[in-house]
Write a protein that binds this ligand. Structure first.
Ligand SMILES: Nc1ncnc2c1ncn2[C@@H]1O[C@H](COP(=O)(O)OP(=O)(O)OP(=O)(O)O)[C@@H](O)[C@H]1O
Length: 321
């Protein structure tokens, strides 16, 4: 067990308020067990980036430099939030992949936690974290927008098409605010899905990998992922693994509703991989081009309605998981 000082970066709003409760349980445990910590509360969208950068420039340190320094507690950043908060922190750290990130999931979907088999009860996740001796490498996705040159990172996946359309529709629905107040905000995604599934049209998409260039004329969903899950626990890419070097790209064709309903049923029963309407690629590098505007999402956050030309690689980073 390594002596740690925990810097808790908390999104109290994550999981429609689960973050606040989780933080209370975690702080109670740390107080009771005399473990040192401080707290940093994310007050608004994007604030976790600022907070993580401030900590990066002041108290955090790469893992290797502290290995020989046995007199101090290792300063570990621990994120309490959902996939969106983790996304902000990973991007704040950027190339500083040797600074480990601890994580206590308390979002609505928690797909990253599922993908790395992390305990989803906050105190159990904390106990697990405290028992570890050292961080470990996991792959994240690194993506470059070829139109702007911007490079960013993602812990889960990037989706173009129906999944992103659902995220955008849910976020802009008035129902979400009401459902959030009732602490069942994730229901808004289900409501949005039922209408968007009919509205999303097929679109042309080009996938370029090391081996080949493939043009799809009628894409419904294109997800580039680092682990199996999307949409709050749906195992779209069951064999994707953040410990493996490669990423998985899943492309689903727009098909008539009865066939689509069957495919969704297969997906929920994890029997979808044999479908001829689904195309799976495992690769270490890829480029995706959509010349018609579509919705995009990254780690459940909106990328807007626009054209896409994105290059992907995987990037190893240290997590304390
Ligand atoms: N204090 C805050 N108030 C409102 N929004 C915040 C706050 N802090 C962070 N955010 C934003 O809240 C959004 C949702 O957070 P997050 O994704 O962590 O939770 P979630 O959506 O409940 O979980 P998941 O993504 O796992 O379903 C993110 O876009 C994040 O930037």
């Amino acid at each position: 067990m390594t002596d740690l000082h925990l810097h808790l970066l908390i999104n109290e709003k994550a999981g429609s308020g689960t973050g606040k409760k989780a933080a209370e349980h975690v702080k109670h445990y740390l107080n009771t067990h005399h473990i040192s910590y401080d707290t940093h509360i994310s007050e608004y969208h994007g604030h976790a980036v600022t907070l993580a950068k401030q900590l990066l420039n002041s108290v955090l340190a790469p893992w290797s430099s502290k290995l020989n320094d046995t007199n101090t507690h290792f300063p570990l950043l621990v994120v309490l939030g959902g996939d969106g908060t983790l996304h902000e922190v990973i991007n704040a750290f950027g190339e500083h992949t040797d600074i480990p990130i601890g994580y206590i999931p308390c979002g609505s979907g928690n797909d990253f936690a599922r993908g790395v088999n992390l305990e989803r009860q906050p105190v159990e996740a904390l106990e697990h974290l405290l028992q570890l001796n050292e961080p470990d490498f996991y792959n994240t996705l690194c993506y470059k927008d070829n139109n702007t040159g911007d490079v960013n990172y993602c812990s889960n996946n990037i989706g173009i098409g129906v999944d992103a359309n659902i995220v955008a529709t849910a976020n802009h629905s008035t129902a979400k605010k009401q459902l959030n107040k009732l602490k069942i905000g994730s229901l808004s995604y289900l409501t949005a899905a039922t209408s968007v599934i009919f509205k999303q049209k097929g679109f042309p998409l080009t996938l370029i990998t090391d081996d080949e260039t493939t043009a799809f004329n009628n894409t419904f969903l294109c997800t580039t992922t680092n682990h199996p899950y999307f949409g709050g626990g749906v195992a779209l890419a069951p064999f994707a693994d953040p410990k493996k070097e490669d990423m998985t790209i899943m492309i689903v064709e727009r098909i008539a509703f009865p066939k689509l309903a069957r495919l969704i049923g297969q997906l929920l029963r994890r029997k979808h991989l044999a479908s001829k309407y689904l195309h799976q690629y495992n690769t270490t590098e890829a480029r995706l081009i959509s010349n018609t505007p579509q919705y995009g999402q990254v780690d459940g956050e909106e990328m807007g309605y626009r054209t896409f030309d994105i290059s992907f690689t995987t990037k190893k980073r240290l997590f304390w998981l």
